[in-house]
Design a binder for this molecule. Structure first.
Ligand code: FAD
Length: 465
């Protein structure tokens, strides 16, 4: 059986390769065995599969969708992503396609003050500032490159493969000790439905699985809920996100410039964003923590329509703009904010034979909403742990050691940004104080500078004097 037969059209032909199907070769035989199986072909899964293949592993990469496919996102690809994009060999391809080069971030307060945080050219060169471009394009380029790496290393790639179930045993080839048996279980493979709803089921085997299926990842469910009886979705740590693409928004005509984050009074405690993605198209969206959304009984789509039509800062900018039909869609962002009652932070991300990456491990930045970078980072981490045959508990530890400090910091900032008066005060101050603008640039571009946020003395000095 063959998944997609059309050959990928190369970028050099002037074709938009990311709008074409991707040829991933033959679907492997039922019962085939691999060194590792990666479930999900977004940034996290592509990264894990790509790094595993580069290390010589025989991988099966399974993706539910069939390319070309859309992904609901704000489309900002930050500096953290770029080193992996480069390492996996996609950076040049990406830069050869239309994209928006981010040179700064504009923040505005509910009162209407605004501050611009510049991200200079050197930050891009140092891979510390990034781009924005549609995820349909970014994901296709990344998946295409990684699926090639997988196949070159002797592995297989399956599109249109919907993973239904994770298979377990007792670690020695014996019976699965059953749900809730936690550490006594060991993953041994997956059951996949191939070829749509009425398609056939196939079983594939590997002693190592990577769960990269996003916020509803079936592998994550089998770890968090089924094996350990823990909560997968916590509405205080999940965010609702809604996105539309618009053309001809005033101030967003160029392929280089600022992305905009607006703390609009009607949207607090969430924010409204304008992220240009090149070619005069802008990703316009809105996000709010689910628990807060529930309490306020707000609907994101209606909120966004109201801001665009009526808000004094935006109604003129949208006066001649048109929404691209079919682009209005919502999805969820599983935040990496620390959970109060959990021993595992932000929640369990590994067990015998399984490592979860990206959204499947709930690792989206709780302030900025960025999750692509952490998906790529953990994809590399999971691959390295598998190749080095490290105990599964080490993975959970490294994820939190590397990402915990910034996720915790961002959570603090998210909570502060729920207060309109504080945003008004902070942005008003930053608008007038170059030292504060410089600090914000450093905070966004440099990981080291984020350490300063932990120092109350540094913060007080910068804010007050
Ligand atoms: C509205 C919104 C705005 C956002 N804005 C930004 C932003 O500007 N910048 C940023 O960095 N991040 C942003 N994010 C977050 C970002 O989209 C995610 O963090 C990122 O996509 C995570 O990558 P991933 O590979 O872990 O998961 P995903 O990108 O969700 O990929 C998961 C893949 O798994 C596949 N899959 C699912 N189920 C199965 C199954 N059963 N079998 C096989 N495959 C399966 C899916 O088809 C998908 O391709 C935003 C998210 C939303 C919702």
């Amino acid at each position: 059986m063959r998944c997609v037969v059309t050959m990928t059209v190369m970028i050099e032909n002037g074709e938009r390769s990311w709008e074409q199907p991707i040829d991933t070769g033959e679907v492997p035989q039922n019962g085939s065995t691999f060194d590792a199986i990666v479930v999900g072909g977004g940034p996290g899964g592509s990264s894990a599969a790509g790094y595993l293949a580069k290390a010589g592993s025989k991988v099966l990469l399974i993706e539910k969708a069939v390319w070309p496919r859309d992904k609901i996102c704000g489309d900002a690809v930050g500096g953290k992503s770029l080193s992996h994009v480069k390492e996996l060999g996609v950076k040049a391809d990406l830069e050869a396609t239309p994209h928006f080069r981010v040179t700064g971030i504009v923040f505005s307060s509910p009162k209407g003050n605004s501050v611009r945080v510049p991200l200079p050219e050197e930050d891009v060169a140092r891979l510390e500032a990034g781009y924005s471009l549609p995820r349909a394009q970014f994901d296709s380029l990344l998946f295409n490159r990684c699926q090639q790496l997988v196949r070159d290393a002797g592995g297989s790639v399956l599109q249109g493969g919907d993973v239904q179930e994770v298979l377990f045993d007792d670690g020695n080839g014996g019976e699965d000790p059953g749900e809730g048996s936690g550490d006594a279980r060991h993953a041994r493979g997956v059951v996949v439905r191939v070829g749509g709803r009425d398609g056939e089921e196939r079983r594939f085997y590997a002693r190592e699985l990577v769960g990269a299926g996003g916020y509803r990842c079936p592998v994550a469910r089998s770890v968090v809920e089924s094996s350990y009886g823990e909560t997968m979705m916590d509405r205080d740590h999940y965010c609702g996100g809604y996105r539309e693409y618009w053309r001809n928004v005033k101030g967003c005509e160029e392929n280089v410039g600022d992305i905009e984050i607006h703390f609009v009074d009607t949207v607090i405690p969430g924010y409204f964003w304008l992220f240009p993605v090149s070619e005069n198209v802008v990703n316009v969206g809105i996000g709010m923590v689910m628990g807060l959304l529930d309490k306020q009984k707000k609907k994101l789509r209606a909120l966004q329509a109201d801001v665009i039509a009526n808000h004094p800062m935006f109604k003129d900018r949208f006066a001649d703009a048109e929404m691209i039909r079919g682009s209005s869609r919502g999805w969820q962002l599983p935040f990496g904010s620390p959970r109060k009652k959990s021993k595992m932070q932000p929640r369990r991300s590994s067990m015998n034979g399984i490592r979860l990456v990206g959204d499947a491990a709930s690792l989206v930045d709780p302030f900025s909403g960025e999750g692509v970078g952490n998906a790529l980072v953990t994809g590399e981490m999971a691959a390295r742990h598998i190749v080095e045959n490290l105990p599964f508990k080490e993975y959970q530890k490294e994820v939190w050691a590397v990402l915990g400090p910034e996720l915790t910091n961002s959570y603090r900032m998210q909570k502060l940004s729920r207060r309109s008066w504080l945003l008004n005060w902070f942005v008003g101050k930053a608008e007038r104080k170059p030292a504060l603008q410089e600090m914000m640039t450093e905070m966004i571009a440099s990981k080291e500078a984020q350490e300063n946020l932990h120092s109350p003395w540094f913060m007080m000095k910068t804010l007050l004097f």
